[in-house]
Design a binder for this molecule. Structure first.
Ligand SMILES: C[S@@+](CC[C@H](N)C(=O)[O-])C[C@H]1O[C@@H](n2cnc3c(N)ncnc32)[C@H](O)[C@@H]1O
Length: 280
C-alpha cells in the first residue's frame, strides 16, 4: 500500500471510531489511546471547545492550534488542508463570521462525512467541506486569504507540491499559518524513523530548515518556524519499548529534536491600498 492509501485507511478508521462513540486516536501510531496523548491533547481551550460539537473535539487529531495563532479577520476566506473532523474549519468559520467563509479539504470520505455532520450540529453555514487532495487543491488561483492546516503536511509524500498549491490558491498578501511536526538538528536515521512512527508521521516530517527552504522555493516570504510543543523521550517510552528500542540509549539523540511548530509565511505582492485605484 502506498503512503496515501495508508493515510486514507488510518484516518477513515479514526473517523468511524469517533462516530461509534470512541476516541479518534490510533493506538498503533499514536502514543496512547486516551485524551492524555502528548501530541493531540490540550490543544484547545474551553472557550473554543464550548462553541463546537463534542464530536469535532473528539475527532481532533492535530498537533497544534492554527486558529489560535493565525490572525483571522471577519470577511476572510480560510482553507484548512486536511480538515479531518472539522474542528479548525468550524473555529475559523466563527472567527471570519457570516461575511467570510471557511473551506475544509480532505481526501477521506469517512472524515468528510463526520465533518459535515459536525457542521450540521454546529449550525454554521459559512463552511464548505471539499473532497480532494492537498497536492491538487480544487480551488482557483488567488482565491483564499489564509491557508491553515493541522498536522497534515507531514503526511504528504510530495510536500513541495502541497506548498506550491497553497501558494497558488492564496491571494497576494495571503497568509500560510500551519501547525505541523518538524525535527531540528542531526538525528540518526533509525532514531528518527522510530520517533516519527510514534508521532504518526507516516511520510516523515521535515527538518525546520528544510521547511523554510521549501516555502521559499514555492515563493513565500516572511517565513518563520516557531516551536509550540517539544516532545520528551518519556512521552514515547512505552511505544518505543514495545518496538524493541533501548530508550535510555537513544534519549540524548532525541531531546529537543522533535516538536510541533507553528509555521508562518506570506505570499508576496499585496497591493498598496492607499492609492485610490489600486483595489479595483
Ligand atoms: C492528522 S489528521 C488531522 C485532521 C485535522 N486537521 C485535525 O486537526 O484534527 C490528518 C487528516 O488529513 C487528511 N489527509 C492526509 N493526507 C491528505 C492528503 N494528501 N490530501 C487530503 N487530505 C489528507 C486525512 O484524511 C485526515 O483527515
Amino acid at each position: 500500500m502506498d503512503v496515501k492509501e495508508q493515510v486514507r485507511e488510518k484516518y477513515g478508521q479514526a473517523a468511524l471510531r469517533v462516530k461509534s462513540g470512541g476516541s479518534s486516536c490510533c493506538g498503533s501510531t499514536r502514543a496512547s489511546i486516551d485524551r492524555a496523548d502528548p501530541i493531540t491533547s490540550k490543544l484547545y481551550d474551553a472557550c473554543q471547545t464550548s462553541v463546537i460539537p463534542e464530536e469535532a473535539v473528539l475527532a481532533s487529531l492535530g498537533c497544534g492550534n492554527p486558529t489560535a495563532l493565525a490572525q483571522l479577520k471577519p470577511g476572510e476566506t480560510v482553507l484548512d488542508l486536511g480538515s479531518g473532523g472539522g474542528i479548525d474549519v468550524l473555529l475559523s468559520a466563527k472567527r471570519v463570521g457570516p461575511s467570510g467563509k471557511a473551506y475544509g479539504l480532505d481526501m477521506t470520505d469517512e472524515m468528510l462525512d463526520l465533518a459535515r455532520e459536525n457542521q450540521r450540529k454546529a449550525g454554521v453555514e459559512n463552511v464548505e467541506f471539499l473532497k480532494g487532495e492537498i497536492e491538487h487543491i480544487p480551488l482557483p488561483d488567488n482565491s483564499v486569504d489564509v491557508v491553515i492546516s493541522n498536522c497534515v503536511i507531514n503526511l504528504s509524500a510530495d510536500k513541495d507540491r502541497v506548498l506550491r498549491e497553497a501558494f497558488r490558491v492564496l491571494k497576494p498578501g495571503g497568509r500560510f499559518a500551519v501547525s505541523d511536526v518538524v525535527t531540528r538538528g542531526q538525528i540518526p536515521a533509525d532514531v528518527r524513523q522510530n520517533i516519527l512512527l510514534w508521532v504518526g508521521c507516516i511520510a516523515g516530517a521535515l527538518e525546520d530548515h528544510e521547511y523554510v527552504g521549501k516555502l521559499a522555493k514555492a515563493g513565500f516570504d516572511g517565513i518563520d518556524v516557531e516551536p509550540t510543543r517539544v516532545y520528551n523521550i518519556e512521552d514515547a517510552r512505552t511505544f518505543l519499548t514495545g518496538q524493541g528500542v533501548d530508550v535510555d540509549a537513544i534519549a540524548p539523540q532525541v531531546e529537543g529534536k522533535f516538536m510541533s511548530a507553528f509555521i508562518r509565511a506570506v505570499k508576496p505582492g499585496a497591493k498598496d491600498c492607499c492609492k485610490p485605484d489600486c483595489c479595483l
